[in-house]
Design a protein around this ligand. Structure first.
Ligand code: NGQ
Ligand code: ZN
Length: 461
């Protein structure tokens, strides 16, 4: 069922298309072998062109743990003791114990399909379940990485695979706990895993591989320095400063806050993506902005897990770069990530239109442009619509009530603040139309396999 690049030549015409320098009218794209061969503005459609109303570039989803889609909605019940990020993590570890390779692939395919249906065309998969349920590596260390790559191939989403380095249970090199046994590698075996990950993605078009030390809890600064060359110029992702307890534990261990420690001890630069960075001081925020790293914000998951609110307005005013991720995949929706990001700022600052940035007054446009550029940087792959680039596109339903009598940036404001996932009409990846009328072309088959896999994970072990 692997979806191959569209090797033919097709022409798409958009009444309006969002290009790097703004919305343009009457745009004709000729696509060959998945890439944009020509791009012409202010031109009429030609006979045989596929006609669409409103087009946008596909958005990158810079942070996902695809398997967690399988437990979406299952941790919303109050427990005997106070519920927290840490009790959620216990439940997540129990879910992990019951997945085999088939289930990993089936759940990832469902998650990737939903990402495409919502307008994401590339995913950064922060992949950390590597070994079999008793912690023994599979005969091929990259078995589960290959399952993630297969799921990307089946759905057609572009993949930046981020194999995770995970060795400890807490700051200062604490030994891992049993619930983490499927994640653990020393630095040598991690090198083999990165090689296997490169091999796993080789059948996919436009795939990338980066590295991902899980967090300063799971990897020491010395270990991170040791694995850094494995990135080979590709992205480096890390979770950081998501929970207050994490900040306190780090201070107790090192005398520094997690972001302070990271920026002080490691060569953080444009290649890095700092996921969450929720609990950030003004000085840390300025340092992140200055070094050009991308902050990976996951507003839906951060709300779901009770993390806190990243002070995005101040960061954006300093020129800080960010993108968005669906992280736990409790709800997969590109527009809603952007909406909740803005609403978190409004609620905490008691203001409106917090993240609009000159030259546009449009919040939707500012959020979209920032997440498009930040996501591309963090995933090591371009996201702009230009000649020579992959044709990764989204169209919106012009007859959706949220878009009525709107134009250009107002379409983005309408989609993000007044629309829903149903506003997305078609999605193309490398010139192949994967979503039609809001439905992925393999939705039924992937959905059936997903339900069978979940039955197995939840009831048969
Ligand atoms: C994860 N997720 O790796 O899935 C983490 C939880 C941890 C988020 N941080 C585990 N949202 O951070 O220890
Ligand atoms: Zn995460």
């Amino acid at each position: 069922m692997t979806i191959h690049n569209n090797m033919s030549r097709t022409a798409l015409w958009f009444r309006s298309l969002l290009l790097p320098d703004g919305g343009a009218d009457g745009v004709r794209l000729v696509i060959r072998d998945g890439r944009i061969e020509t791009l012409t503005k202010d031109t009429p459609a030609e006979t045989g062109d596929e006609i669409h109303e409103i087009g946008l570039p596909g958005l990158p989803n810079l942070h996902s743990h695809a398997f967690q889609r399988g437990m979406a909605g299952l941790t919303e019940q109050r427990g005997a003791t106070a519920d927290s990020f840490w009790t959620w993590r216990e439940a997540m570890y129990r879910f992990v114990d019951h997945m085999g390779p088939e289930e990993v692939e089936a759940i990832a395919a469902q998650a990737f399909l939903e990402m495409l249906e919502s307008g994401f065309t590339r995913v950064g998969e922060f992949h950390y379940v590597h070994h079999d349920p008793d912690g023994t590596p599979y005969a091929d260390i990259g078995e589960l990485a290959a399952r993630i790559a297969a799921a990307a191939g089946e759905t057609g989403i572009a993949l930046t695979l981020l194999p995770v380095f995970y060795l400890h249970a807490g700051f200062g090199g604490l030994p891992a706990v049993p619930g983490q046994r499927r994640f653990i590698n020393d630095t040598d075996r991690y090198g083999r895993l990165v090689d296997a990950s490169r091999k796993a993605v080789s059948p996919l078009s436009d795939a990338r591989v980066g590295i991902a030390p899980h967090s300063l809890r799971a990897a020491t600064p010395a270990e991170i320095l040791e694995i850094l060359p494995l990135a080979n110029g590709g992205p480096v992702h890390i979770h950081v400063a998501e929970q207050v307890k994490e900040v306190e534990d780090c201070l107790r261990w090192s005398g520094q806050r997690p972001l302070e420690l990271l920026l002080d001890r490691l060569p953080v630069d444009e290649r890095w993506c700092l996921v969450h960075a929720t609990h950030v001081t003004e000085a840390e925020s300025a340092d992140i902005a200055a070094c050009g790293a991308v902050v990976g914000l996951c507003p839906i998951t951060e709300a779901n897990l009770g993390d806190g609110i990243f002070p995005a307005q101040a960061f954006m005013e300093r020129g800080g770069r960010f993108g968005v991720g669906s992280d736990s995949n409790v709800l997969i929706d590109a527009a809603e990530e952007l909406r909740l990001l803005e609403y978190g700022q409004r609620l905490s600052l008691r203001t409106r239109n917090a993240l609009a940035r000159a030259p546009t007054p449009s919040v939707g446009r500012s959020l979209f442009d920032a997440a498009l550029a930040g996501g591309a940087q963090a995933l090591g792959a371009p996201s702009t619509l230009a000649v020579g680039q992959p044709a990764d596109l989204v169209s919106l339903k012009a007859d959706d009530s949220a878009l009525a009598h709107r134009q250009h940036d107002r379409w983005l404001d309408g989609w993000i603040f007044a629309g829903r996932r149903q506003t997305v009409d078609c999605v193309w990846r490398a010139g192949t139309r994967l979503v039609n009328g809001g439905r992925h072309i393999h939705r039924d088959a992937i959905g059936r396999r997903y339900r069978l896999a979940l039955h197995k994970v939840l009831h048969q072990s």
